[in-house]
Every structure is written in C-alpha cells, then in structure tokens.
Design a protein around this ligand. Structure first.
Ligand code: MFK
Ligand code: FAD
Length: 529
C-alpha cells in the first residue's frame, strides 16, 4: 500500500551527540586531558552504534541466549555454558578499548577513572550487559590491588587489567545464597583449609545467583572453618573472602556444578546461574572473618556501575525519544513543538542529568581516593554518597526509562525500537548490588558508624559547592538558597523523625532520596556556574 510511513528515530555518534557528557567532562577534566582523550571518545561513540551495537544485537537474539549443556553424549558431567559470538566479541572489544585497563594504568592519575567511566557509559547500552562482568572485574582488580598477595598481583591483577584479549580475564562475584542475598550473614557455604603452605581452601556450598558464570575467576564469600577447632562463627563475622579460578589447569571446572541457568525478566544474554560448589579450591584474600568489609571494596565500585548502567540506559532511551519527537506529528503539530510532550521530555532530561552528575561525581571521588594522597575527606564522602547514589539514581532512572518508552507511543513498546531492552536491563540495577531499601539502611549504617559526622561532612561539601557556584555566577543565588533550605529540611526531618530505631529505619528511604535530590541540586549549580 502507499499509505503513511513514519520516518524512524535514529542514533547519532553517542559521544558527539551527548552535550551532557561533554559538559561534565569539560568541567571535571583538565583541558589537556580532555583534548588528548576526545578523539578516542569520538571513535568509540561511533563504534557503539555500529559494530559494537551489532555484537549486542547478536547477544540479544533469542536463539543466541546462553544455554547450558550439563552432560556430554557419554553421560559425563560437563556443565558447558554456550554464549553468542557477540558475547565473546564484546569481551575482546572491552580488553582492546581498555575498559578496565584505563582505570589501572592511571595514565591521567585521578582523571583516569572519569575517562574509563565515560567509555563504560558509551559501551553499556550497546553491550547487552557485558558491562556486568566488566564491573565485577573492575571491583576484583581493586580488591586484589588492596588486599592481594604479590603472587595474586602478578597473575590475576595483571590479567584483569590487561588490554590483550588473549590475556584478559573477567571475574564474577558470588555472595548471594538461598537464605539471603541482602543478609549474607545467613550464608551456608563453608571453607575448609586444604593446604596451609599455599593458603588453599576447599569450598563447598551453593551460590544462588552467579552472573558472569563464564568468567575466568571469581571472588566469593564462605564461612571459614577454624583449622584448629573445627568450628565456625555464625553471622557475617564468620565469613571470609576467597578468590578462585573457575577452571583447573586441565580445563575442567574447579569443583563447580552448574545447577541451572536463571530464567530472567531482562539481562537475557548474561549467563546467570545457580552453582553447587563441591571442593572448589580457592585462596583466602584478606583477613579471615573480614569477608564482608573486604568484598565491600568490590561492592562500592559495582554500585557506581549500577548507577552508570541506569543513567546511560536512560540517555539512550531519551536519544531515541527526542529524535522521534522531531519526526512525529500529532494534531497538526510536530511533537517537538507540542508543549506537554516537550515538558514531559524535559522532566526526563532532568532526571537523566541529575543521575549523570551524581554518577560522575562519585567516579571523580573514586579516582581521587585511588590516586591522591590525603584522601580522608574524599573517602568519607564517597562512602556515604555511594549508597545514596545507587538508591536514588537507579530508582528515579528506571521510572524515567519507562516514561521514555511512552514518549514513542505504541512503537516505544516494540522490541526493535530498543527502549524495551534498556528498560528491562535497567530495572535489575535497583535489585542487584543491594536493593533500594538495603542501600537506604547502608546510609543509616554510615550515619551510625560515624556518629553523624558523615552528615556534617555532606552538608559542608554541599555548602562549599553552592558558595563557589554563586561566587562564579550571581544569577544562581536563588537556586543556591533553595538548596540551603533543602539541607535545613533534611536536618529537621532527621532530628524529628529519627527519634528511635524503628522510626529511623522506617524513614531511611525518604532520607536517602532527599539527600540524593539535594546533591543533584548542588551539582547542577556547579555545572551551571
Ligand atoms: C552495569 C551493572 C553493574 C552491576 C553488575 C553487578 C552484577 C550483580 C552482582 C551482585 O548482585 S553481587 C551481590 C551483591 N550483594 C549485595 O550487595 C549485598 C547487599 N547487602 C548488604 O549490602 C548488606 O548491608 C551487608 C551484606 C553489607 C550486611 O552485612 P552485615 O555483615 O550484616 O553488616 P554489618 O555487620 O553492619 O557490617 C559488617 C562490616 O562491613 C562493618 O565493618 P566493621 O566490621 O569494620 O565494623 C561495616 O562497616 C562493613 N560494611 C558494610 N557495608 C559496607 C561496609 N564497608 C564499606 N562499604 C560498604 N558498603
Ligand atoms: P532478599 O534479601 O530476600 O530481599 C527481599 C526484600 O526484602 C527486598 O525488597 C529487600 O529490599 C527487603 N529487605 C531485606 N532486608 C531489609 C532491611 N533490613 N530493611 C528493609 N528491607 C529489607 N548475587 C551475587 O552474589 N552474584 C551475582 O552475580 C548476582 N547476579 C544477579 C543477577 C541478577 C539478574 C539478579 C536479579 C540478582 C543477582 N544477584 C547476584 C543477587 C542479588 O544481589 C540479590 O538478589 C539481592 O542482593 C537481593 O537479595 P535477595 O534476592 O536474597 O532478596
């Protein structure tokens, strides 16, 4: 038929077209660094809508979803997980493009993290969730850098941070068990000393969620059996962190049986499995009984990745929705000239910009804590800010992705348009690496542990940003006043509604979101100045 055909929305170079990312980088990076890395970001911005996007499409093709083969034709247990060719190619791209390496080569010192996260931000929406194994690999490299032995640094760390696809390894992170993913203190998996000389332990139990099951390495928690007494400690104080290779030198799995692949709502190309561990050989990493604080170095990195994952999913969804608005007409008007439609998109843009500002601020602090001396203040702010960011950015961003879908009407709901995938994959970021409420409780944990000093430091940081911004640009005075009022309201809310333990916990989410909104406001001011 010769009827109407809608011109479809199209993506442009994802770096050059992203004014928000470009402005954030301009503000956070010295111009010498930005000038040096911009050609790389531009070429990568093009790749993520061409060859890298095609790899992601390959992974997202239903017939290519991961599959588990438990037995070979001779009834031998093999537990092989097959993945799409695109999944392997995305791994190689990640190594060659330095998606982990950039952060650890530290060519630009503290700024390297921002450069690395800018590339991860471009990569993630096209990567069909390869950013998940990468985030855990990043966390694993950091924990080895902080707590690993020289041998672990020479072997594992070198591989995790390599740019050579033949050498590059990824790592998983196994915490969640059937009795509790939030409350890991209920974990049943146990570790028994196998060889004292080599610090090798034999681990048995069941891990209920393992994403990146095809990774080469894993970081896992297990309850340590005291070698002398043969006893274990209950709760999380009995857990230690271990590092294990997935396979033995002969290629067989290292005491791992893949029970089942998870049948998930999203993250379809990511092989998430239930694993039975029986005599998995692993090395203790860090101190015995300090598993949770040790693995927290990973969590605090992957939580920033979760923010990034939602922010760039929203940015991709909005890029589609905005281009559509220029091309679609309704009631004799182009959507980009329709007041209510534009207001709706502008509100989503605000959510996106808030998320981007908070995420890159967290990333800036992460880089500083890793590279700069005298980092006490940065580290304290980062510790408090990470759960705030993860809870606030992920929750608001997922809701906004859903709105962006609606902005294309019925076509938004169609698979080929691409927003559905972004929304599905964004959704998990409110669950994994700590649910919204668990993170809100982490905010309370930090307040309690620092006896409220983190709130004082937070207030100081916000006020400094406001004052500096107003000094640079007096037109921001009114906005600055609003932020000060928001800060006062948080203090009032905190003192009034946090009288006892029950009330404090019941109000934790509200407090966390208020802190997130206020931080976003201060960062907007800084950007506007
Ligand atoms: C683009 C996508 C990127 C993301 C991909 C990721 C793929 C998916 C991977 C996963 O989902 S992995 C599993 C993630 N699991 C979680 O995030 C667990 C959520 N639960 C929590 O976070 C709980 O709050 C926690 C397990 C930490 C509670 O543990 P405990 O032991 O009951 O808490 P406790 O006793 O308050 O704290 C023990 C110690 O850890 C304390 O230190 P001290 O012993 O020195 O006093 C705490 O300060 C410390 N700690 C807890 N959380 C911390 C931390 N330290 C630093 N940072 C933190 N976040
Ligand atoms: P529960 O802990 O049982 O929580 C149930 C509900 O109770 C939640 O709403 C939670 O917010 C609430 N709740 C719990 N405690 C509190 C509290 N104190 N205050 C208020 N509310 C509370 N884990 C890994 O270790 N490695 C992986 O690779 C991994 N990959 C995953 C991949 C996917 C796709 C998914 C969906 C999950 C993955 N997980 C992984 C598991 C994930 O980290 C957990 O599901 C998550 O931490 C929540 O744990 P849970 O499922 O046991 O829920």
């Amino acid at each position: 038929d010769s009827g109407f055909r809608q011109e479809p929305p199209q993506l442009k170079n994802q770096y050059l077209d992203d004014i928000v990312l470009k402005n954030i980088l301009k503000r956070l990076l010295p111009s010498t660094v930005l000038n040096e890395i911009e050609p790389d970001l531009s070429q990568f911005g093009e790749r993520v809508i061409t060859d890298i996007a095609a790899m992601g499409e390959d992974v997202e093709t239903p017939s290519n979803y991961p599959q588990l083969k438990q037995y070979d034709a001779w009834c031998r247990r093999v537990d092989e997980i097959s993945t799409a060719q695109g999944w392997k190619d995305l791994n190689d791209v990640a190594a060659k493009e330095g998606l982990i390496a950039i952060a650890y080569e530290r060519k630009y010192n503290e700024h390297s993290r921002i450069y690395q996260f800018a590339k991860q931000y471009l990569y993630s929406p096209s990567s069909a969730m390869y950013s998940c194994p990468l985030s855990m690999t990043d966390g694993a490299a950091r924990v080895i850098e902080l707590l690993g032995t020289e041998e672990m640094k020479n072997t594992y760390y070198d591989r995790l941070t390599s740019r050579d696809p033949a050498k590059f390894w990824t790592s998983g992170q196994w915490m969640t068990e059937r009795p509790g993913g939030s409350d890991v203190g209920q974990s049943e998996t146990q570790a028994e000393l196998f060889d004292e000389k080599t610090n090798t332990w034999s681990i048995s139990g069941f891990k209920w969620f393992s994403s990146a099951t095809t990774a080469n390495l894993t970081m896992l928690l297990a309850r340590t059996i005291d070698p002398k007494e043969g006893t274990v400690k209950n709760g999380s104080k009995g857990l230690s962190l271990y590092v294990a290779e997935m396979r033995q030198p002969n290629g067989q799995l290292n005491g791992v049986r893949v029970h089942r692949l998870k049948n998930k709502y999203g993250t379809k190309g990511l092989p998430t499995a239930e694993l039975e561990l029986s005599g998995m050989k692993a090395n203790l990493l860090g101190k015995s009984g300090r598993g949770v604080p040790s693995i927290a170095s990973i969590l605090n990195i992957t939580r920033i990745y979760a923010c990034l994952g939602v922010v760039c999913a929203l940015r991709r969804s909005l890029a589609i929705a905005k281009d559509f608005a220029y091309k679609r007409r309704a009631f004799n008007n182009s959507l980009d000239k329709t007041p209510l439609h534009i207001t709706t998109l502008a509100q989503l843009e605000l959510v996106f910009r808030a998320g981007a500002q908070i995420t890159f601020y967290a990333c800036q602090l992460l880089g500083r804590t890793e590279c700069v001396q005298e980092i006490k203040e940065d580290a304290a702010i980062l510790r408090f800010l990470t759960p705030i960011a993860k809870a606030y950015v992920c929750k608001s961003g997922v809701n906004a992705c859903s709105e962006a879908m609606e902005a294309l009407g019925g076509q938004g709901y169609m698979e080929e348009v691409g927003i559905g995938r972004q929304l599905r994959d964004a959704q998990v970021n409110t669950i994994w690496e700590g649910t919204t409420n668990v993170l809100a409780m982490d905010v309370i944990r930090v307040i309690r542990e620092t006896k409220g000093q983190c709130l004082v430091a937070f207030e100081k940081m916000i006020k400094e940003k406001v004052i500096r911004s107003i000094m640079l640009s007096s037109r921001l005075e009114d906005a600055g006043k609003s932020i000060e009022i928001a800060l006062d309201n948080i203090k009032k809310f905190f003192t009034q509604s946090m009288q006892n333990k029950l009330e404090t916990e019941a109000n934790a989410r509200q407090l966390t979101f208020a802190l997130g909104r206020t931080l976003a406001g201060a960062l907007f001011l800084e950007q506007a100045a």
